[in-house]
Design a protein around this ligand. Structure first.
Ligand SMILES: Cc1ncc(COP(=O)(O)O)c(C=O)c1O
Length: 396
């Protein structure tokens, strides 16, 4: 059997161990320490946002953002339906109801027109959402200026889920800039990783200080342990921050490489009938964190799942595009204005109420989309193996 090609494995740059050794030498084997401070400062500089707090995951970062905004029972929060579940579970942690908004065909990100319509409808009913959480999908920024201007009109804050978009640019600015706050992830599959971790950034220093306080069990200033409110154990460890510091130095090289990988696949596959690629919006530079293709089963002769299984048989890991949130069994979706594909006839035990606004574009992208291996350490021979395997499927 050929060596396994993973979807997006970690790729260390070389300095990480040296920084870990420095962390050991300082004996800050703890969720605080000089590496955490240095990593936060360096990260804030890279994204061009004033304040940052390093956390145990991107999900934790989103949860703190929701908590900071006072999201709670009875509230709604709008989010992309085409995303990873960690983007929306924090809404549910806070007891609020997610409203899943369909993707835009041209960017695959939250559709600003649907957002504008739904906000207008909610404003008329006197029931605006507490926040809007658009995801920068697979390393492509949302149309931030448009989304912020739509939301500003109603005074609704935008929290950017930029977990997949570190290194992406929007009109020359970094992903997440322009939102009230932005979330990043350093999970093992991301463009840079700390094995697990996240960052919450904002221009609002008080917002970040509050998140830092809550991430450390909301411990008040007292010699004993005093808690006027309840917090979380969400801080990033000093050891993982050392990895992050080493990884951050590689970020531009990693973005160059993910874009090269995308170009290599596109050159080899774009003439194949039935295969198309995730579009890049004209307003920015996507990182192409993952190269994503659409497979039209009629024109290609085989569907997405058959291709995925054929790649798996050759020890190549590929994944379907995210299954939309409005199709997830964890949610009971009030689909009166959704696509109707999932109806709310189930009990609520262990499931959570949600609403859907549209959904057909996300469903189509899920049905036909496939993420190809995009690890930045992949060789040309690895890429050729994937390409050959995809082309082979035409004759299945
Ligand atoms: C869009 C999106 N949001 C949120 C998350 C959650 O991040 P984490 O895994 O660090 O909790 C991820 C990735 O893992 C993601 O892809």
């Amino acid at each position: 059997m050929d060596r396994r090609i993973f979807l997006s494995p970690p790729h260390m740059g070389g300095k990480e161990l040296e920084y870990i050794r420095q962390a050991f030498d300082s004996n800050y084997i703890a969720p605080v320490g000089p590496m955490v401070d240095t990593f936060e400062k360096a990260f804030a500089e890279v994204v061009g946002i004033a304040h940052a707090v390093a956390l145990s995951s991107g999900t934790a970062a989103m949860h703190l953002a929701m908590r900071n905004l006072g999201v709670g029972p009875g509230d709604e929060v709008f989010a992309s339906t085409l995303t990873f579940v960690g983007s929306v579970t924090p809404i549910v942690f806070q007891g609020a109801r997610p409203v899943f908004i369909d993707a835009d065909r041209d960017t695959w990100n939250l559709d600003p027109d649907l957002l504008a319509d739904e906000l207008a409808r909610c404003a008329k009913n006197g029931r605006l959402p507490k926040a809007v959480v658009p995801t920068d999908l697979y390393g492509q920024c949302v149309d931030m200026d448009r989304i912020v201007s739509i939301c500003d009109h109603y005074g609704v804050p935008v929290i950017s889920d930029s977990a997949e978009a570190l290194g992406a640019l929007y009109k020359g600015r970094h992903a997440g800039v322009g939102a009230a706050a932005a979330v990043f992830s350093f999970n093992g599959n991301k463009i840079i990783t700390t094995s697990g971790g996240g960052m919450l950034v904002s221009e609002d220093g008080d917002f970040i200080e509050r998140a830092r306080f809550l991430s450390q069990q909301a411990r008040d200033a007292a010699p004993h342990y005093e808690h006027a409110t309840i917090g979380y154990n969400y801080r990033m460890s000093n050891i993982l921050a050392a990895i992050g510091l080493g990884q951050l130095e590689c970020l531009e090289a990693r973005v160059r490489r993910t874009r090269e990988i995308f170009d290599y696949y596109r050159t080899a596959l774009s003439e194949v009938p039935g295969i198309s690629f995730m579009p890049e919006a004209g307003y920015g530079r996507a990182t192409r964190w993952l190269t994503v293709i659409l497979i039209d089963p009629e024109a290609f002769g085989t569907d997405r799942e058959a291709v995925r299984l054929a790649l798996e048989a050759r020890n190549i890991e590929a994944r379907p595009v995210w299954k939309p949130m409005h199709l997830q069994p964890a949610f009971v979706v009030d689909a009166d204005i959704g696509s109707g594909r999932q109806r709310s006839n189930a009990t609520l035990r262990g499931r959570y109420p949600a609403r859907a606004v549209g959904g057909r574009i996300a469903e189509m992208l899920f049905d036909h989309g496939l993420c190809l291996p995009s690890g930045t350490a992949m060789t040309r021979a690895d890429l050729d193996r994937v390409i050959d395997a995809v082309i082979f499927c035409r004759n299945l």
